[in-house]
Design a protein around this ligand. Structure first.
Ligand SMILES: NC(=O)C1=CN([C@@H]2O[C@H](COP(=O)(O)OP(=O)(O)OC[C@H]3O[C@@H](n4cnc5c(N)ncnc54)[C@H](O)[C@@H]3O)[C@@H](O)[C@H]2O)C=CC1
Ligand SMILES: O=C(O)C(=O)COP(=O)(O)O
Length: 527
């Protein structure tokens, strides 16, 4: 049974797939204080949030069972992603479900601002019929500057063109071709904010975008500019905005989001030029249902061991590639586990080479699985796809990945090399069509071993009788040999045996094998 905590209000219809799935125990507690949340988080395997719950490092450190955090929405600035990654917790979001609602809300704010609708409504409600005070400005032929032309920014741009506005945008990824295709202008951030009559921001809140619109940016703007923020508080410096409104540089601002939320008193709201909503951009029946469905599906998939669609702290792998690459996951992890047991030391450098069919694929997920197999031996089961590379990095292990089209006789081959204090060891494996994974090389020796169960690698000298003596020693300990592979460098030279046995090779049997004159090294490996 998986325990799932929903700590922000989510659409009941949207979470139905999760509620109705077997083995899922949903707990809806949307009013927990920080302390209560910290006290209870240790009970849960999954946490579902919107923007309100602050998923801090302190909370994550107490979340000893937590495997997945689902964000029913786009922005993940309320989640400490580094802490989640370090703890091997996957974060998923629902990036597409609220695009339309957020764009519509932005246009509603733009029109409210240009025609003073909230202020006029408020006056009328207070029995003041004032037509002079609330004279507005037209949008037609005005320039809208869009900062951040992602999903929402682009939808806002399309809709603003419908208002016959001129649109100019700044986004580091915006190309001339895309701007031309959309029928909009483009420029640097400075160029965009200098030209615009209305400026709307649609970037995520990150280190790089915190106070992107600051006092210096306001200086550059046209006198009487209007500002809209339906993205995140903090992208615009609120103190600088306040000063720019008071000094009349900014004629008005429409804000859906704030640096600190929630609040009831805010100095910006004391200004009559400011219209505001309490973070309602995504608050529509439609958007809430879609984001809850999307995030529920990913949480369910993940807990059932399937692939997620919208990972935030893992590169997402397109479905078609996933279909091709998934069969290699097991092989990659087993190769890592086999090799680190053979190495017997901690890894200092890991080199992974992909050949044949794999050389044309995005292999990062395989590298993560290989590293996971290697690190698990020393760091335990908390190593997973999410934190494998982070942990390797933290331990100072150098990881190199390369691809070669040379097939070495195999249609696909993964070769893993580990460098440690005691030298370099190598293993290579392939996925045999219809037969599953095989280890085909151990160091320079050729073998054909299924990477499963209890294995023993014996390095010895190629001499008559050694196999017999090894066999009787093992038999004495009531151990049955299921398969055996032998290869040698040259006649009478170094050789290797890889055995599959029916149970773990105990210490006593291992010592006895080691005491045989021709045997140099015995390594039990349990995969
Ligand atoms: N008010 C609300 O209820 C909602 C707010 N949001 C906010 O809107 C943000 C944007 O959402 P989407 O459009 O779906 O995300 P997106 O990822 O599709 O778009 C973000 C765009 O910002 C651009 N960008 C990044 N750094 C930039 C910079 N320094 N300058 C200019 N552009 C930059 C990116 O290249 C990307 O194109 C979310 O991160 C979220 O914080 C989203 C939904 C609802
Ligand atoms: O999706 C986003 O980024 C939003 O800001 C929506 O936030 P909410 O889920 O309404 O708290």
């Amino acid at each position: 049974m998986f325990n799932i905590l929903i700590s922000d209000p989510l659409s009941e219809d949207g979470i139905r797939p999760l509620r109705e799935a077997p083995n899922m125990n949903l707990v809806n507690e949307t009013n927990l204080s920080t302390e209560e949340l910290e006290d209870r988080i240790g009970e849960f395997d999954a946490l579902l949030v919107r923007s309100q719950t602050q998923v801090t490092r302190e909370l994550i450190n107490k979340a000893t069972r937590l495997k997945i955090i689902g964000r029913a929405g786009v922005g993940v600035d309320n989640i400490d992603l580094d802490a989640a990654t370090e703890n091997g917790i996957i974060v998923v979001n629902a990036p597409n479900g609220n695009t339309n609602s957020a764009a519509e809300h932005t246009i509603a704010m733009l029109m409210s601002l240009s025609r003073n609708i909230p202020q006029a409504y408020h006056a009328l409600k207070h029995k003041k019929w004032d037509r002079k005070k609330y004279v507005g400005v037209e949008l037609k032929n005005k320039t809208l500057g869009v900062v951040g032309l992602g999903r929402i920014g682009a939808e806002v741009a399309f809709r603003a063109k419908g208002q016959r506005m001129n649109v100019v945008a700044y986004d580091p990824f915006l190309t001339k071709e895309r701007a031309d295709k959309m029928g909009i202008g483009y420029g640097t951030l400075e160029e965009v904010i200098e030209q615009a009559d209305f400026i709307t921001v649609h970037t995520p809140l990150m280190k790089e975008t915190r106070h992107l619109i600051n006092a210096e940016a306001f200086e550059r703007m046209k006198q009487g500019v209007h500002i809209i923020n339906c993205a995140r508080g903090g992208i615009i410096d609120e103190d600088a905005l306040y000063d720019a409104i008071v000094s009349k540089k900014v004629a008005g601002a429409a804000l859906d989001v704030f640096e600190e939320e929630p609040f009831i008193d805010h100095k910006l709201l004391e200004l009559p030029e400011v219209v505001a909503t309490p973070h309602l951009g995504a608050s529509t029946i439609e958007a809430q249902e879609i984001v809850a469905v999307d995030v529920s599906h990913d949480v369910l998939s993940f807990l059932n061991g399937d692939v997620v669609k919208n990972p935030v702290n893992l590169p997402s792998v397109p479905g078609e590639l996933m279909h091709k690459i998934e069969p290699y996951f097991h092989l990659a992890e087993k190769l890592g586990g086999f090799l680190i047991d053979l190495t017997k030391e901690v890894a200092e450098e890991i080199n992974i080479s992909y050949s044949g069919d794999l050389s044309d694929m995005e292999v990062a997920p395989l590298t993560r699985n290989t590293i996971k197999g290697i690190l698990k031996r020393h760091l335990g089961d908390h190593v997973n796809d999410v934190n494998a590379l982070y942990l390797a990095n933290k331990k100072g292990i150098v990881v190199n990945e390369n691809k070669t089209s040379s097939t070495k006789g195999f249609t696909n081959l993964i070769t893993v090399e580990v460098k440690s204090k005691s030298g370099t060891r190598k293993v290579a494996g392939t996925l045999l069509n219809g037969f599953g994974p095989r280890i085909v090389k151990v160091d320079e020796y050729s073998v054909d071993v299924t990477p499963e169960g209890h294995l023993v690698v014996i390095q010895h000298v190629d001499q008559p009788g050694v196999i017999g003596r090894m066999g009787s020693t093992i038999a004495k300990h009531q151990i049955n040999i299921a398969t055996m592979q032998v290869d040698r460098s040259d006649i009478g030279g170094n050789a290797i045996m890889v055995l599959t046995i029916d149970k773990h090779l105990e210490e006593e049997a291992m010592e006895e094998l080691k005491s045989l004159e021709e045997i140099k090294e015995v390594t039990p490996i349990d995969l």
